[in-house]
Design a protein around this ligand. Sequence first.
Ligand code: ADP
Ligand code: AMP
Length: 214
Amino acid sequence: MKIIMLGAPGAGKGTQAKKIAEKYQIPHISTGDIFRANIKNGTELGKKAKTYMDQGLLVPDELVCDLVVDRLQQEDCKKGYILDGFPRTIPQAESLDAALCEIGASIDYAIDVEVPDENIVSRMGGRRACVGCGATYHLVYAPTKAEGICDSCGAELILRDDDKPETVQKRLDVYHEQTQPLIDFYSQKGVLKEVDGTMDMEDVFTAIIGILGA
Ligand code: ADP
Ligand code: AMP
């Protein structure tokens, strides 16, 4: 099963992708997580990506596409995968299509998690990320057991630089301009499925299972 998660930043793609990956036993591939790991490790890619991420801009396609295509060739992707945060532009979607076409494959589902911009601003303001393992929480909707401490690894939680209000609006503008056109792109391919992302996390997940099958 090859799945793409679509939706605005903060719509809940990562939250749902983790649950889907666990249920269907497929790898969860998040380009945002890959970039953040590179930044943490001080790699050249991380240094380049950070300059764009901090401004709420997309990392250029040429730094993203090869990275994902290489990742999809790894052994664990043979039985499928869930892509979270990729593709984010039409050229990225075309490059993914070309790579899949070469092996006679295609995307099975593009799940669009729909959340209006007004809700996004409060979601992102309350999101907290673990500096150790990258796990994501929310001050109100997904709190940790002990305040400010990751449930999984015990490290400190932070507000991501790109979740600060001034950057969130820029990311939303970038989403509408560059990523939203993918909804039509995948609709035309007949694989688009829309889910109401304003529901509780568990209800969103139930709706997604309804689409993918139990
Ligand atoms: P994305 O991967 O699309 O950027 P996340 O999955 O990180 O979004 O979710 C953004 C924030 O909103 C996180 O803090 C997460 O805990 C919270 N969240 C996710 N889904 C829901 C939901 N259905 N209702 C309320 N909060 C949610
Ligand atoms: P995310 O964690 O998916 O919200 O991604 C965080 C940031 O990483 C984005 O705002 C972009 O700057 C960058 N990024 C992640 N995925 C991509 C992508 N597919 N194309 C371009 N930039 C990306």
